[in-house]
Design a protein around this ligand. Sequence first.
Ligand SMILES: *Cc1c(COP(=O)(O)O)cnc(C)c1O
Length: 404
Amino acid sequence: MNDHTTRSTGSSDSVKERYGHALMNTFGPPKLVLTKGEGPYVWDADGNRYLDLLGGIAVNALGHGHPALVSAVSEQLSTLGHVSNFFATEPQVGLAERLLALLGVEGRVFFANSGAEANEAAFKLTRRTGRTHVVSTEGSFHGRTMGSLALTSKAQYREPFEPLPGGVTFVPYGDADALAAAVTDETAAVVLEPIQGEAGVVLPPEGYLQAAREITTAHGALLWFDEVQTGMGRTGAWFAHSSSGVTPDLVTLAKGLAGGIPIGACVAVGEHGAMLQPGNHGTTFGGNPVAAAAALAVIDTIEKEGLLANATEVGAVLQDGLADPRVTEIRGEGLLIGLDLTEPVAGKATAAALAKGFIINDCAPDRIRLAPPLVLTAEQAGEFLAAWPAILDDAYAADPGTAP
Ligand SMILES: *Cc1c(COP(=O)(O)O)cnc(C)c1O
């Protein structure tokens, strides 16, 4: 572990400067240069430690460097690292079976390498209905490829890249009447996040997912849950829709699935699993045995370490402790938490938190999101909660430059 520190290739500033010359500026300047991680902590190139309450955006389910993930990946890589999809591997097949079992469905899985790609597969599958109309929701985020972008509501993301695949109608999220009005017998699918993640952890009203099921069934449209952010234990259940009792036709997964190894999955329930046939879709890396072995290790570890219950328990500790007169609303399930501030100072709050050794995310001017590793303990959550009032003090201070 320590040899990492000594092998640090340069100070944060010099790496940031090289980044500015060599990387496309799609993400803005990086906040930190990170060199190592352990559990829910990461260290920067200057040796500072941070408690990571974002977890690589809901990705690092087991935190950083979890031995189960490290050994699964190392063993698989040294045994068989990649084959094309001309061949099958045990981890790939085992993972598909495992996901179907966790979802409690019969069906078939297509593996990809990211959330956007999982959604591309699902989007293409919906076209095999013979219909092209898709209903998505305002505030939704489904990815940045041309297809997944067409389903994403933010005009600022979509408009520079139009024309995108057409036939998408956006309806207000959580409004079952608006959904009922938008879905017709020409609708191929309704795509929904069971909890909107990028929008700032927005939960639909009780009964919304059930209504979506009824509406889609009545019109012969597919019901597609994008669980890229909410799935795989993030909400304290295997899937955010688990408690709804609803069986969707399509589920897409990615972020937390393999704990940081790139992977995506499109699960089609029942007969829909046969809608994509040879020649319809493909991928070189998707179903890679290393990524599949990583995902199996993540699932095993969530079970062995009781991380679903931990997400629920520690999530409740965080939600309780975040209460403050400057916080108007706290929302979430498990370890996916969003909160609203009285003023648009979320960016300042994120900067103030970073200065105090905590990684959080401002997903809107007045909105903070937390998506820490599922291994976070109540005690570690407490480290952040102890600093929270002072973080807000700094965020609300007239001159953020005075923050330590
Ligand atoms: C992050 C996200 C995506 C896109 O995943 P990428 O791996 O970034 O392509 C899609 N849908 C949802 C709900 C997401 O949160």
